[in-house]
Design a protein around this ligand. Structure first.
Ligand SMILES: C[S@@+](CC[C@H](N)C(=O)[O-])C[C@H]1O[C@@H](n2cnc3c(N)ncnc32)[C@H](O)[C@@H]1O
Length: 245
């Protein structure tokens, strides 16, 4: 609790992002990732391996951009920083553990931005990743997170807002000239201790992505994390070349 409070007080974050809950969500993610370290290890390894495979054969390695870099747990930061001239880490919030990791590499830069475009308008991906020197873009397990806080807002929310946010991110990635690696969870499956499925949730609001290069299961909430007799598992997909899929 004390650590969480320190992060809430000491993290530099634009007021609009703090007000919309991005800092709180990020601190909760950090705490959960620590509690679920063992259960998440395979998912994080597989995510990092997919990023490394996606950029392995690139002929040019000027700028790499990681969208939804967050806590940098699924990002092979040292690998990217050694191979690319510059690495930009983009997220609504950068907590201190990620800031410290980034500081170890002089060619790594933090960019605080809203990936939905709801705060600033326009096409955020074109603005962030459309530069002529950008050779590689990773969307790092952020797609399913993008609609969560916008849909949580009080007041009237357009019924198809979740689908529109997901589709806009996918389309924005497809318009980029760089090689794009898309990592995303697709579906949440809740199970009881007998292995019976008790709930399913489409995390992408009806948007279908086609056939991924790799898939795996992320044990997001093992028994005892969200509920004593239920666990939540996410189906995850990796597209190593999103435009060329
Ligand atoms: C599940 S985390 C991704 C994991 C992350 N790559 C890591 O290694 O820790 C989702 C990330 O998306 C970010 N995010 C959610 N909505 C966002 C938005 N509208 N703009 C920018 N980042 C956002 C969150 O802050 C969070 O860091």
């Amino acid at each position: 609790m004390l650590i969480e409070l320190l992060h809430l007080l000491a993290t530099p974050v634009p007021f609009a992002h703090r007000r919309r809950g991005y800092l709180r969500e990020s601190v909760m993610l950090l705490s959960r990732s620590r509690r679920c370290r063992a259960a998440w290890a395979e998912h994080l390894d597989r995510s990092r391996a997919a990023v490394i495979a996606a950029c392995a054969a690139l002929p040019s390695r000027r700028t790499a951009i990681v969208l939804g870099s967050g806590l940098l747990q699924d990002v092979p930061l040292a690998h990217l920083a050694e191979r690319f001239a510059a690495v930009h880490l983009v997220d609504a919030v950068h907590l201190w553990p990620a800031r410290r990791q980034a500081r170890a590499f002089p060619n790594v830069r933090l960019v605080t931005a809203d990936l939905t475009g709801l705060l600033d308008g326009g096409d955020p991906l074109a603005a962030l990743c459309g530069g002529a020197d950008v050779d590689f873009v990773v969307s790092a397990n952020a797609l399913s997170q993008l609609p969560i806080l916008p849909l949580d807002r009080r007041g009237a929310v357009p019924p198809d807002l979740g689908r529109r946010i997901v589709a806009a991110h996918c389309d924005g990635l497809a318009r980029l000239a760089a090689r794009v690696c898309l990592l995303t969870d697709l579906e949440q499956v809740e199970e009881d201790r007998a292995g019976r499925i008790t709930d399913r949730l489409d995390l992408l609001h009806g948007v279908r992505l086609g056939s991924p290069d790799r898939t795996w299961t992320w044990e997001l909430a093992p028994f005892g994390e969200a509920a004593r007799d239920r666990r939540q598992r996410h189906r995850v997909a990796a597209f190593l070349d999103w435009r060329g899929r």
